[in-house]
Design a protein around this ligand. Structure first.
Ligand SMILES: NC(=O)c1ccc[n+]([C@@H]2O[C@H](COP(=O)([O-])OP(=O)(O)OC[C@H]3O[C@@H](n4cnc5c(N)ncnc54)[C@H](O)[C@@H]3O)[C@@H](O)[C@H]2O)c1
Ligand SMILES: O=C(O)C[C@H](O)C(=O)O
Length: 310
């Protein structure tokens, strides 16, 4: 498998590192617009191969899409991250132009590629990539829910004082501070609903901490996070490589699923060799449905800005 990662910054390099360490890809190509930057990151990562025990090759190029030709998967991480106090939506003007150009360049050289969009505001950038490339909807995947769900599990395990491997939970909806919908009533500890162990107040605290997970890290780091985002992307790419049909919440183009249309938003999907193999429509409570609809309204509003900006 050949994987291209566009943007060799914090998230792009972390993606490349986790993909290499998990050792399922033959070739990883890092692309950046900053002269020599991707080449440097690739060389540094390649010098970890004997230490970390992987055989994937990693190369870096400066804005040279010919080197990405024949990619099976391409991850778009190019664009600016937010600073403390900002929302992801504020990045739209700069990142829309970058994501559109990058997506168009990618499909010129890899017509069969599956694109994973990471750049923020992610749901809107995924929608933009879908529109700009015209790729079938199974081949455009937005990464946000896999990360948000990992953060949800971190918070659940913290409150339950248990290992993260004991908890299960999922976050659907838009990848934004207000739009995330952590499915707290469906979360379990080893198949037992967490409501058996946690008070209403504790559950509300977990939901809120999950929703602002990215903002909390941005405040601490001065820029947004990269380790968990990179790891989350690597799990999606691995599910494609291994055709595992594993379920993740991902931003997918909806055409009537969940009663929603003409937007990309986080819903449970099965990931396999064709990208999104299936959008899974789970039974939502009235409260969960209402939250998803409100979240979709927010994403659509941001998509509306795109028509002006893009
Ligand atoms: N979806 C998610 O869950 C998630 C998680 C973390 C970060 N993000 C987003 O990912 C993006 C990247 O974050 P980061 O921390 O890696 O930022 P960063 O600044 O460290 O890296 C971004 C890189 O993109 C490069 N770049 C800019 N324009 C380019 C172009 N046209 N072609 C190729 N490369 C280009 C820059 O030179 C830079 O190296 C941000 O928009 C951030 O908000 C999303
Ligand atoms: O918080 C951000 O701006 C980056 C990313 O979307 C995240 O959730 O870490």
């Amino acid at each position: 498998m050949k994987v291209t990662v566009v943007g060799a910054g914090a998230v792009g390099a972390s993606c490349a590192e986790y993909i290499a360490i998990k050792d399922f890809a033959d070739e990883i190509v890092l692309v950046d617009i900053k002269e020599g930057f991707a080449e440097g990151k690739a060389m540094d990562l390649m010098q970890t191969a004997s230490l970390n025990g992987f055989d994937s090759t990693i190369t870096g190029v400066t804005n040279d899409y010919a080197a990405t030709a024949g990619s099976d998967v391409a991850v778009i991480t190019s664009g600016i991250p937010r600073k403390p106090g900002m929302t992801r939506e504020e990045l739209i003007t700069t990142n829309a132009n970058i994501v559109k150009t990058v997506a168009e360049n990618l499909i010129k050289h890899s017509p069969e590629v599956i694109i994973i969009v990471v750049s923020n505001p992610m749901d809107t950038m995924t929608y933009l990539a879908a529109k700009a490339t015209g790729l079938p909807k199974n081949r455009i995947i937005g990464m946000g829910g896999a990360l948000d769900s990992a953060r949800f599990k971190y918070r659940l395990a913290e409150a339950l004082d248990c290992p993260q491997s004991d908890v299960s939970g999922m976050v659907i909806g838009g990848h934004s501070d207000v739009g995330m919908v952590p499915l707290i009533e469906k979360a379990t500890r080893n198949s037992v609903p967490v409501s058996e162990f946690l008070s209403e107040e504790q559950k509300a605290g977990i939901v809120e901490a999950t929703k602002v997970g990215g903002a909390t890290l941005t405040k601490l780091l001065g820029t947004s996070a990269w380790y968990a985002p990179g790891a989350a992307v690597s799990e999606l790419v691995k599910a494609i490589a291994l055709d595992s049909k594993k379920m993740f919440p991902c931003s997918a183009l909806l055409e009537g699923e969940y009663g929603l249309n003409d937007l990309c938003i986080g819903v449970p999907v099965l990931i396999g060799k064709n990208g999104i193999e299936k959008i899974v429509e789970i039974e939502l409570s009235e409260d969960e449905k209402a939250k998803l609809v409100t979240s979709a309204e927010g994403v659509s509003k941001t998509n509306g800005l795109l028509e002006v900006e893009a």
